[in-house]
Ligand binder design. Structure first.
Ligand SMILES: [Mg+2]
Length: 281
């Protein structure tokens, strides 16, 4: 491991501070899903992935990550900046006019780390499969990672991709679902039930694992286990349980903070719960 679990937890706290401050700074954005996926994104960028902050668009010779649920851009921008892709102070420009840090990631601003626009939901899995196939054609041993929201699985394109990857033995792909049971309009179970995701993906031919995305030890172990399953004939699906808003007690577990910014008092209350020895941006 590149970092101890304790070190990764400390980085995750710094990232959570970034998220609430970024969303507060522009009074818009999506703190809930960002906070829920912070432990996963920290584990990915600071331990699991072999990646190069001297960014190359084609991603050749390194592991590559795609974020399908692009609205949780605050957590992605924070881990990219904190792992050296661009200056940390640029996080202060989130969602501001002429910023490279748009509300939904795009390639237009040429922000290092971003290889495709996302946030039009339901498309990330297809993109990740395409990159994974390209890496296999190039005989690379590197992996492709993707993160999907659970709500966006209601979009049909995902299920075409879910069929395609096992059929074509895309076994250098590790996809994770942020299984928080929430989406912008309420609980996924009420909006449009996903049924038994584990059984669904198994029946499509994926190797399915489950994990707790808000326990650093568990998520790190799950992702390393997932890596050990690569190149064995099947794509890998990690169904990761998280709580939306994790780390801030008044945001946790509710879809109400999906796309709402904290006011001044709420920001302070959140920061008081996220104590850190690191410097803020
Ligand atoms: Mg969700």
């Amino acid at each position: 491991m590149k970092h101890s679990i304790k070190e990764l937890e400390n980085i995750a706290t710094v990232v959570r501070r970034d998220i609430v401050r970024m969303v507060h700074g522009c009074q818009s954005g999506h703190p809930g899903g960002s906070l829920g996926c912070t432990d996963f994104m920290t584990a990915l960028y600071f331990d699991v992935m072999n990646h190069n902050p001297e960014f190359k668009m084609d991603g050749k010779g390194e592991d590559v990550f795609f974020l399908s649920n692009g609205h949780i851009s605050p957590v992605w921008y924070s881990v990219l900046a904190r792992s050296g892709y661009f200056p940390v102070k640029e996080l202060a420009t989130f969602r501001k006019l002429n910023s490279r840090l748009q509300g939904h990631p795009t390639t237009h601003e040429k922000l290092p780390g971003i290889r495709v626009a996302s946030g039009s939901l339901g498309q990330g899995l297809s993109v990740a499969i395409g990159m994974a196939i390209a890496k296999k054609m190039d005989n690379e041993s590197n992996l492709v990672f993707a993160l999907l929201g659970d709500g966006e699985l209601q979009e049909g394109q995902n299920w075409e991709a879910a069929m395609f990857a096992p059929h074509n033995s895309v076994d250098n792909l590790i996809c994770t679902i942020d299984y928080n049971g929430q989406q912008i309009d309420g609980p996924t179970e009420r909006v449009l039930s996903l049924g038994n995701l584990e059984e669904k993906f198994k029946s499509f031919g994926w190797h399915v694992i489950t994990s707790n995305g808000n326990n650093m030890d568990d998520i790190v172990k799950a992702l390393h286990y997932a890596k050990s399953l690569a190149f064995k004939g099947k794509p890998i699906m990690n169904i990761m349980s998280t709580e939306m808003g994790y780390g801030v007690d008044f945001m946790v577990g509710s879809h109400k903070w999906h796309g709402v910014a904290p006011n001044d008092e709420q920001l302070q209350a959140a920061l008081n719960q996220l104590t850190s020895t690191e410097n803020d941006y």
